[in-house]
Design a protein around this ligand. Structure first.
Ligand code: SF4
Length: 403
């Protein structure tokens, strides 16, 4: 079969890649297939002059069997493999290092380019395994108690870089979608504000939920936001995932201090957006509340939080529409906040429980590898002692120089 398309450049815009993803076309001009959800993968194969089912075969090779070399995709013809080689690649993030905790938690530091790295954490628990995925390198929102915020914002991750995190973890775990699921949940709760990188995050979440991707149920993919209100409404229109909101305070004065975004979208406005989301999806919303000693852990805070949550239940007209996750603060070097003692945590929880709220205390995991929530802090080039080590490791893996 003659194929005149072999030498034609692929039109990335036709495949549907948005501007930031064009960065996923490497210097060789080849498209990183991690970037493509099912419709875009089909469009790409159409441009190659191939049938749609070929796109599905390749997705299975990549996301189910972790094969990244076209040569190894043995049910594709030789000519197609050569064409793919010419126009595409599957570029996996570089594992700079990874660490396993005694409790089964596993953390990866993944190099995204020569100067940026992010962290991804896997947390196994009874009957499930949750992967905490990053959406940005750093974060611009400057929440006062957050380790990531201390490094500022570098850039958004592409869809490929978000899915690359899932791929690295799933392969390491020997996850087989639909059969042997080690990876049962994903939370977009790592570095960054996912709604500030909307298109790339939504597309990545669709690959996570696709049967040809990682096959996760909608409710097992959770997006956690600090409260970007207009984007919560857009998310309700364009995706179908669970929503979590980083609340951390029951009143505007305190929340504006802890989460500066609250000055733009105060609690009442945020809660209205959450009500719209919960009603539209007919699903609960999880409110995360990091407990900090002497800051937001007093009984009057718990009472005010309980009132706010009950108000939310009534507005949604659904029992247990609001769920609260209590997260004892995990101190990191340089922070002014402290973790409350166990008695204060339990007393806070008791007030919520007595008000009829579901409010588990999230156990701290991976303490020995700094993997607990709020400690996701990527390597900050030129600012930390670890940067030299990071550069050395990248150079050792052929990324950047060791200068
Ligand atoms: S808590 Fe989340 S939104 Fe706030 S600064 Fe940290 S990463 Fe950004």
């Amino acid at each position: 079969m003659s194929d005149t398309r072999d030498n034609k450049p692929i039109d990335i815009a036709l495949v549907g890649a948005s501007a930031p993803e064009r960065a996923s076309v490497s210097g060789s001009g080849r498209l990183n297939l991690f970037d493509l959800d099912r419709p875009r993968m089909e469009a790409f194969f159409e441009q190659l002059g191939e049938k749609r089912f070929r796109a599905h075969q390749v997705m299975k090779w990549i996301h189910h069997r972790y094969v990244t070399e076209f040569e190894g995709m043995t049910d594709l013809g030789k000519a197609l493999r050569a064409k793919l080689e010419q126009h595409a690649e599957v570029r996996v993030p570089q594992v700079v290092f990874d660490k396993a905790s005694d409790d089964g938690t596993h953390k990866w530091l993944l190099g995204m380019d020569t100067s940026n790295a992010i962290e991804t954490v896997y947390i196994p628990d009874k009957g499930r395994g949750t992967l905490c995925v990053s959406s940005q390198v750093g974060c611009a929102l400057n929440c006062q108690f957050c380790s990531t915020a201390t490094q500022g914002f570098n850039r958004n991750l592409t869809t490929a870089e978000i899915i690359g995190q899932v791929w690295v973890a799933a392969r390491h775990l020997g996850n087989v979608p639909h059969q042997q699921r080690k990876l049962t949940n994903v939370v977009m709760m790592g570095m960054g504000e996912p709604l500030a990188n909307f298109d790339n995050v939504v597309r990545a979440m669709s690959i996570m939920r696709d049967d040809l991707g990682y096959g996760l149920a909608n409710k097992r993919v959770t997006l956690s936001t600090a409260g970007m209100v207009p984007m919560i409404d857009r998310l309700a229109e364009e995706s179908d995932v669970s929503l979590a909101v980083s609340l951390h305070a029951p009143d505007d004065d305190l929340r504006s201090e802890l989460v500066p975004l609250n000055r733009k979208y105060p609690i009442a406005v945020l809660m209205d957006a959450c009500v719209r989301y919960a009603r539209r999806k007919k699903a609960s919303v999880t409110f995360e509340y990091t407990l900090m000693k002497g800051v937001n852990d007093q009984p009057h805070h718990a009472q005010a939080l309980a009132r706010l949550m009950r108000q939310f239940d009534r507005a949604v007209q659904m029992k247990d529409a609001a769920k609260v996750n209590l997260i004892p603060f995990n101190p990191f070097p340089g922070t002014r906040f402290e973790r409350p003692d166990e008695g204060a945590i339990r007393a806070f929880q008791k007030i919520l429980n007595e008000a009829g709220l579901i409010a588990p205390v999230r156990r701290t995991r991976g303490d020995d590898i700094d993997a607990a929530c709020g400690q996701l802090k990527g390597q900050v080039m030129d600012r930390t002692r670890r940067s030299a080590e990071f550069r050395r490791r990248l150079a050792g893996q052929g990324m950047g120089d060791a200068a």
